[in-house]
Design a protein around this ligand. Structure first.
Ligand SMILES: NC(=O)C1=CN([C@@H]2O[C@H](COP(=O)(O)OP(=O)(O)OC[C@H]3O[C@@H](n4cnc5c(N)ncnc54)[C@H](O)[C@@H]3O)[C@@H](O)[C@H]2O)C=CC1
Ligand SMILES: O=C(CO)COP(=O)(O)O
Length: 356
């Protein structure tokens, strides 16, 4: 297995080159991926007053969006604000862009990054908004961005943010991680009272928070689907936070980051709310009568990769391996709960270690 572990911070020089001698500002935005999260983000950015090109791969879907003035498939009932230009031409979408948000599922990152690589200006922020691992390497998505588009500045947008709530202007805070000067400039351009951006420099910690909350939410969904109580769910959630902390530290991130919006915040959201597709996926494993309408389950896609990564890093893990086994059918959801509550918790797992 190829291990591809990051530090992924852009060299200072590149983010400096964004501002450069022509004093570039954030004046236009590109969003790649016209699913639920891409569309909700495009709406938030357009409400901040910036023109947004919203690219989707399906030409018919894009034509429907232009005709109807809404994304009926993913965000029904919410009109697209002025300033959003849906397009099916990915190169036109990224050419001349000041910031590119990649909002496809993780599995598409390599292909999308390769397609746009030669059309990106040096120093342009390319911001991962997905919450999974690169399936080709088990590495972080910022590492993939850097590899495919070396002249770009990889960044991350993550945190507790159901797309439909952002689209409906519910007050929301997300984290924007990357070099400080660029993160500040993007925050100034994009934040509104109902869509706040918190800047952060720990690219590794925030990505691990987003990846792991999806895996832990599947376990919480199983517990709830079996009819267990809030105690059970809270225990899995807290132990999942610790498991995420060990992974973040091993990859060079700071476990303290996991206590913030992009860790504990997103876990609290995803592990307790039926709006979450990952939580619902777990519930459906425990309750075969339940049907699922969505089809993006990042936690289910990434759990085996997370397990391989943790094994390669010689980390103890309880929840991710149990979730993997429950998905492959090696254990039942009831056995998952038995396993998690039978195993004696080591000190590392009992507490989130607060030093990197
Ligand atoms: N929906 C949400 O509330 C949030 C989602 N996210 C993350 O955003 C990412 C995208 O999720 P959603 O937009 O929710 O999924 P979605 O299922 O609503 O939409 C996915 C979009 O990606 C497109 N797509 C799929 N495969 C592709 C490929 N190979 N190339 C190009 N486009 C492709 C689909 O056509 C669709 O437009 C995921 O990593 C998810 O974890 C993060 C925060 C919130
Ligand atoms: O990431 C999300 C909210 O922060 C969305 O979670 P799901 O992918 O589980 O729906």
């Amino acid at each position: 297995m190829a291990l591809d572990i990051p530090a992924s911070q852009a060299p200072d020089g590149l983010s400096q080159s964004f501002f450069g001698s022509r004093n570039r500002k954030i004046e236009n935005i590109t969003v790649l991926g016209a699913g639920s999260w891409g569309t909700a983000l495009a709406m938030a950015f357009a409400r901040a007053g910036l023109p947004v090109k919203l690219w989707g791969r399906n030409a018919e879907h894009i034509e429907d969006m232009k005709k109807d003035g809404t994304n009926a498939k993913y965000i029904p009932g919410v009109p697209l604000p002025d300033g959003i230009l849906p397009t099916n031409d990915i190169l036109d979408a990224v050419r001349g862009s000041d910031a590119i948000f990649v909002v496809t599922p993780s599995k598409a990152f390599k292909h999308v990054a390769r397609e746009i690589a030669t059309s990106i200006r040096p120093g342009t922020p390319v911001i991962s908004c997905a919450k999974g691992l690169d399936p080709h390497t088990n590495g972080l998505l910022t590492t993939r961005i850097k590899r495919e588009i070396p002249q770009s500045v990889p960044m991350v947008l993550t945190g507790p943010s159901f797309a439909s709530e952002v689209a409906n202007e519910q007050p929301t805070s997300v984290v924007l991680a990357g070099p400080t000067q660029l993160a500040d400039a993007l925050t100034e351009a994009l934040a509104t009272p109902n869509f706040q951006l918190i800047t952060e420099t720990d690219l590794v910690g925030v990505q691990v928070g987003g990846i792991m909350k999806n895996v832990i939410a599947i376990a919480c969904g199983m517990a709830d689907g079996l009819g267990h109580g809030s105690n059970t769910r809270a225990s899995i959630l807290a132990r999942g936070l610790a498991e995420a902390g060990t992974l973040a530290a091993a990859l060079g991130g700071n476990p303290v980051t996991l206590l913030g919006v992009a860790g504990a915040g997103d876990l609290a959201l995803t592990c307790t709310d039926a709006q979450s597709r990952n939580y619902s996926f777990g519930r459906a494993l425990a309750d075969p009568e339940m049907t699922l309408s969505a089809n993006t389950f990042e936690g289910a896609m990434s759990v085996s990769k997370v397990c391989q990564l943790m094994k390669a890093l010689e980390l103890d893990a309880e929840i991710a391996p149990a979730v993997e086994k429950a998905i492959t059918g090696d254990i039942t959801p009831a056995e998952l709960i038995d396993q998690l509550f039978a195993c004696a918790m080591s000190e590392t797992h009992a507490e989130l270690q607060l030093t990197a």
